[in-house]
Design a protein around this ligand. Sequence first.
Ligand code: MG
Length: 351
Amino acid sequence: MSAPTTGTRRPAAEALITMRHGAGGRAMRRLIEETLAQGLTDMPVDGVGLAAMDDGAALRVGDRWLIVTTDSHVVHPVFFPGGDIGRLAVAGTVNDLAMMGATEPLGLTSAVIIEEGFRRADLERIQKSMAATCRDAGVPIVTGDTKVMGRGELDGIVINTTGVALTDTVIRDAGLRPGDRLIVTGTIGDHGIALMVKRHNLSLDGELRSDVAPINRLIRAALDAAPGAVTAMKDPTRGGVSSAVHEMAEKSGVQVVLHEPALPITDVVRAASDMLGLDPLHIANEGKALLGVRPDAADRVLAALHAHPLGRHAAVVGACTGDHPGRVVLDTGIGRRLVAEPDGEPLPRIC
Ligand code: MG
């Protein structure tokens, strides 16, 4: 008797969760679609729910929208050049709210799980950093939770933050239209490369620092510069610009042509990427956004970004076309090639 064949049987390698499933790319998206979201996406939601797999949810409250987003932070090491897990935990959630158009967060929650034996001084340093980042973003932490697990049951500390905000206009990651320009708000690859260099103890000329920062005020300036002209937003975190642009192009049904010479990349990130054999397009950022903008407003939005300290290196890096929906192409200035969608971030525990 032959073994029954089913269309849903998965290869043995898929029976266990691997680090790839947390890397922010295709593997993670499949895990969410095939397992974590099962039985949940057909329940009615008045607004943007889980099925949209956007940066957060948008729930109708009267004539406004309540934006909700949540993020757990497992970064290793907890202190890294340019930031730490506390700054990351606040900025990550504030930025996901901003990506939905909600730039004035009402409040954050903070749930902290600590391993027995964690240094009190390190916890105090992380807490101070969270408080300072909250002031940067203009958001209070309004409630929280504290748990301790036994030695070896958890690696150091995990911080989850949830954020809520109201907005009149929701901006999606699926709103790109043919003709839109794609703007990145600054240099790419800084966060992931800074962590990688720290973990591998590489020595390089030039300063490598994570870009981790709350960018809600930067985004507000961009939105106010050209009301209604920003069609889509996404922050290129795990999987980098490549992952985020693929998701935006696929959901929006457009092709995105990236202009390689326009991509803002620092010399030190370029040098470290070459040394590590990595493409900065695939590397995580924690203080950047991708904005789809109507072509006639691109200059105004760019000028507003340039006027803010966190947007000095913003650039128009691409354009959308109506053919080949979902495709991402890199124009090198000499020729064109397809950009492959990364399976996820090459380095685990990046955020
Ligand atoms: Mg996001």
